[in-house]
Design a protein around this ligand. Structure first.
Ligand code: ATP
Length: 349
């Protein structure tokens, strides 16, 4: 088990700044997901933690020891990449034992450890198989076993499941999470997939243009985004900046969004609000509609729920509801939109 401190990490490639002032404390046995869009710096940060890249400035401490300029192979990290980088000329057992051999562990112990890990990842009995004779999911498990064989202080994974089909990916996410809990190894997992991060992380770190936008539990990130970027990235589709006035009236230009209550009723002026699509409700637009009336642009069935996209002028609204009935509104129909402002979230910055 190990704790990791990243202090003021910066990384420049020529004049391009890939990481800016990254500060992060990772607790022992924590499962962290680095989440962000393409080019935000996730892989660069992971490579710095692994020792495959040196930061331009800043430092990295593992259990209080400064490792910033220590070589990769002296750091005791186990890594799994998207391109698994298994050795094709070695069989499964030899692949798993490879890191132990580099560390001078004797053959009998290497093989015993490989057998134990094969068991852990559910591949018992496959030690002598050539890796070329394995399925994609099996290869992934071999790569995980190989990374864990050295009993690493840090377990690092870079989009390990992104090339797999959805079913296998979900299955391996659950397995990796269970395995990590059982072993208690401090883990950092890079992904660009919000759902993957939500389902496996203890804490999600959202990166944007080389900076940490927010670090928090999946619930905090999902329900209490601290920036507009995080709200957008986590799929809070209804984000506006209406005007609040005394008494709780909330107006989006000339459109009434409803009446705020409680603490929100004391707000004045413009504030950015996120309303999750499940906190909108739709009613048929009647002749006496005095609420917000939108036109249905699109209806999407998502298994157990229905997603409806509406527009009011050039503004878009998204509504979702759990339902096993056919959609209530068809494309082109008018619907009255109601906001549950009790569940609205004011984005602080
Ligand atoms: P992706 O999800 O697309 O892999 P990422 O978040 O992992 O993205 P990085 O690979 O960390 O992003 O790259 C961050 C930025 O740094 C990108 O703009 C990339 O082009 C740049 N970059 C990364 N490595 C180098 C390098 N060796 N030389 C120059 N620029 C680099």
């Amino acid at each position: 088990m190990a704790t990791l401190s990243l202090k003021n990490i910066e990384k420049n490639f020529g004049t391009f700044q890939a990481l800016r002032d990254v500060n992060l404390e990772i607790g022992s046995a924590e499962f962290i997901c680095l989440l962000g869009g393409s080019g935000c710096g996730k892989t660069t940060l992971l490579r710095i933690i692994a020792g495959l890249e040196t930061p331009t400035s800043g430092e990295m401490l593992l259990d209080g020891t400064d490792l910033t300029r220590v070589d990769c192979h002296k750091r005791n990290v186990g890594m799994v990449f998207q391109s698994l980088a298994l050795f094709p000329h070695l069989n499964v057992g030899q692949n798993i034992a490879y890191g132990l051999e580099l560390r001078g562990v004797g053959k009998a112990e290497r093989m015993a450890r490989a057998t134990e890990l094969l068991d852990v990842v559910g591949l018992s009995g496959l030690s002598d198989r050539p890796v070329s004779a394995l399925s994609g999911g099996q290869r992934q498990r071999v790569a995980i076993a190989r990374a864990l064989a050295i009993q690493p202080a840090l377990f690092l994974m870079d989009e390990p499941f992104s090339a797999l089909d959805a079913g296998l990916r979900e299955h391996l996410q659950i397995e990796v999470k269970k395995l990590q809990r059982k072993l208690g190894v401090t883990t950092i997992f890079v992904t660009h997939d919000q759902n993957e991060a939500m389902s496996i992380a203890d804490r999600i770190v959202i990166l944007n243009e080389g900076r940490i936008e927010q670090a928090g539990t999946p619930t905090e990130i999902y329900s209490r985004p601290q920036t507009r970027f995080v709200a957008d990235f986590m799929g809070t589709n209804n984000i506006f900046t209406p005007r609040f006035s005394a008494g709780g009236t909330v107006m989006l230009d000339d459109l009434p969004l409803g009446t705020a209550r409680g603490a929100m009723a004391t707000l004045e002026g413009r504030h950015t609000v996120a309303v999750r699509p499940e906190y909108l409700s739709l009613r048929p637009a009647g002749a006496d509609s005095n609420g917000l009336v939108g036109t249905v642009d699109f209806v999407r069935l998502l298994g157990a729920s229905i997603e409806t996209e509406l527009s009011v002028g050039d503004r878009k609204f998204i509504h979702t509801m759990v339902s096993d009935r056919p959609p209530e509104f068809a494309v082109g129909e008018k619907a009255e939109i109601h906001f549950d402002l009790d569940h609205a979230w004011i984005i602080p910055s």
